[in-house]
Structures are given as structure tokens and as C-alpha cells.
Design a protein around this ligand. Structure first.
Ligand code: GDP
Length: 334
């Protein structure tokens, strides 16, 4: 590490720098954790293991919503307000679609400009490219690195597409869904599953002509949420309205997060929930690392073309080809 510095530091030295709040070293450590080179992975894991006693003290908040709902504007207002309350905040992103769409959620630097210049905020753009499902693992490791660096609140932003909400839900304490007040059926277009994951819903852009519609949507969603079964946490999800441009609903959102944290700390749910998330991370890692090993295996690559052609000629059953391939990969190694 930290390759581009040309200096070979030991994990313990790097850890010390991170704990001391050195942003440059933190950013480099995150890059290391994002790397797929086996030697980087080993070093990153050593580093984070060293830092483990310094992790776990932040409030981890997931924020989701469709593009255009106002996520970055809300995070800018919310984050700025939190820093005014003497909180240090980190903003991370999980964006599996970023390599394909222009919807890269933190890719362009023009977003959250004010927050980016705030000395008590740290914004980490989303990693791009395909990593065999590794994005989530890297974000989990980044959360731990940021916690060790002393950030009090970690915001993990995700676009409302595909599996990303579930992924983020599984790495945060509190999950916030941003919604627009819409015409017609308020629940149209919102997957019920996402609503069920939310600890709070914020109706955005509650200003100007939109204020009335936002208040109405707020009441409707509050009613809709009552219809769901109680969450495992025992927390009753709440709905708020907010205008990021007028700075309304921002302090209230934080109050809600604090109420929730107090609730889950008192009941012991938070500790159990984080343990369950770690267990889940372990099993997910087995799968991703297994797939990476297989993809990198010379035995696999040497045989793929032959298997493919036999499958396409209908002389080999696909499931049998997979069995033979994996038997070959793991011969004598498990
Ligand atoms: P994202 O794609 O979810 O990150 O959404 P953005 O934060 O980029 O916001 C999308 C558009 O909505 C932008 O044109 C913003 O200026 C606008 N917007 C965001 N928040 C508010 C708000 O509180 N009030 C109003 N009136 N417009 C907003």
C-alpha cells in the first residue's frame, strides 16, 4: 500500500493514520479495499481487521429513491445540517448500474458541491465497472474504514433499481425511502417490497405549489405503512415531508433517526441486527469469492470452449458440463 505514494507502510501504520483522521490515507485505503488484486485484498483485509475495534460507532443510514426524486439535494441539505450539529459525515454509494447508465449517482462532481467542500464531510464516488457482485462488499468495507476514521454518520445512497435496495438495506441500521408526491394512485410504481424495507419515508420537494400534494401524500403513505406487518425491529415506520431547497423536514428527519436508534439500542435489536448482517456478509462473500476463483481458474478457462461447443452441439448436458468443470476445479482442493 499505498502504491502511488511509493511508501511501504505496514497495516498498523496505515491504521494509525486513518484513526488520526488523515483523509488522504483514508481515500487510499478505500481504493485498496476496492481493488481486486489478490495482494491488495489481503492487505486491505489485514488493515480493516486491525481497525475493527475502532468501528461500529456510527449511525449507518441507507437512502434510496428513483433518479430525480431529489436524493443528492436532500443529502446535501441533510449532510450540511448534520455538520452544523458537529457531526462528521461520510457519503458512499452503491450503484450497480453506473457502468451502463448515465445515472451514476455520485460520479459527476457537480453533485453535492457544497457538501464536497465541507471539511466535516467526506464524499466517496461510486466505483464503476463490473466486479462480480463485489460492489456491496467493498461498500461494507468502506463503511468500516470511515467509522475508524471517526465519521459519526454514514450515508449510503442507492438508486431505486434492481437489487440495490436490498443490498443497502443489509448494510445499514436505518433505511430511508425518498418519494415524490404524485398524481393519482400514490402507491403506483413503488414496489411494495421497498416500502416494507423502509424505516422512514420522506416526501421530497414539499415546497411551492407542491406543498399541498406533499402533505396529502404524507398522510396517504402513513396510512399505507400501517397496513404492513410490524417490522422485526418493532419500529413503526414514519412519513415526513421535506424541502431540501427550503431546508424543511431536515432536522425532523434526524430526530426520527435518533428516535429509531434509541429504540433499537434499548431493545437490543441493533446489536442482533448488525450480527445478522455480518453473518449475511460472510455467506455472500463465500459466493462471490467462489465465483471469482472459478472465473480466474486456468482449469476452467482451458476447458470452457470445449464444453461450450459440446453443449451447443447437443452432445453434452449443460448441468453435467458444470458438474464436470467444477469437479475438475476442486479436485483435491476441498
Ligand atoms: P436525484 O437524481 O434523486 O439525486 O435528484 P436531484 O437531487 O438531482 O434532484 C432532481 C431535481 O429536483 C433537481 O432539478 C433539483 O433541483 C430538484 N429538487 C431537488 N430537491 C428539491 C426540493 O426540495 N425542492 C424543489 N422544488 N426542487 C428540488
Amino acid at each position: 500500500m499505498l502504491r502511488n505514494t511509493g511508501v511501504q507502510l505496514l497495516p498498523a501504520d496505515i491504521a494509525e493514520q486513518i484513526i488520526a483522521g488523515n483523509r488522504v490515507v483514508l481515500a487510499q485505503a478505500i481504493t485498496l479495499a476496492e481493488s481486486q488484486r489478490p495482494q491488495d485484498v489481503t492487505l486491505a483485509h489485514q488493515l480493516i481487521t486491525t481497525l475493527l475495534p475502532n468501528t461500529g460507532k456510527s449511525v449507518r443510514i441507507g437512502i434510496t429513491g428513483v433518479p430525480g426524486v431529489g436524493k443528492s439535494t436532500f443529502i446535501e441539505a441533510f449532510g450540511t445540517w448534520l455538520t452544523s450539529q458537529q457531526k462528521k459525515i461520510a457519503v458512499l454509494a452503491v450503484d450497480p448500474s453506473s457502468s451502463k447508465t448515465k445515472g451514476s449517482i455520485l460520479g459527476d462532481k457537480t453533485r453535492m458541491e457544497k457538501l464536497a467542500r465541507n471539511p466535516n464531510a467526506f464524499i466517496r464516488p461510486t466505483p464503476t465497472g463490473n466486479t462480480l457482485g463485489g460492489v456491496a462488499n467493498r461498500t461494507r468495507e468502506t463503511i468500516l474504514l470511515c467509522e475508524a476514521a471517526g465519521f459519526d454518520v454514514i450515508l449510503v445512497e442507492t438508486v431505486g433499481v434492481g437489487q440495490s435496495e436490498t443490498t443497502v438495506r443489509n448494510m445499514v441500521d436505518f433505511f430511508l425511502l425518498l418519494l415524490l408526491a404524485g398524481a393519482g394512485d400514490e402507491l403506483q410504481g413503488i414496489k411494495k417490497g421497498i416500502m416494507e424495507m423502509a424505516d422512514a419515508v420522506v416526501i421530497t420537494k414539499a415546497d411551492g405549489e407542491n406543498k399541498k400534494a406533499a402533505a396529502l401524500a404524507c398522510a396517504n403513505y402513513q396510512q399505507a405503512l400501517h397496513l404492513f406487518n410490524a417490522a422485526d425491529s418493532g419500529w413503526q415506520p414514519k412519513v415526513l415531508t421535506s424541502s431540501a431547497t427550503e431546508n424543511t423536514g431536515i432536522a425532523e428527519t434526524w430526530q426520527l433517526v435518533q428516535d429509531y436508534m434509541e429504540h433499537v439500542q434499548t431493545t437490543g435489536y441493533l446489536e442482533k441486527y448488525r450480527q445478522a448482517q455480518n453473518r449475511n456478509w460472510f455467506y455472500e462473500s463465500i459466493q462471490t469469492q467462489l465465483l471469482q476463483k472459478i472465473a480466474l481458474s486456468e482449469k476452467v478457462n482451458a476447458n470452457l470452449a470445449r464444453f461450450e461447443s459440446e453443449i451447443m452441439n447437443n452432445t453434452l448436458l449443460p448441468s453435467e458440463a458444470a458438474r464436470q468443470l467444477l469437479t475438475e476445479v476442486f479436485r483435491g482442493s476441498i
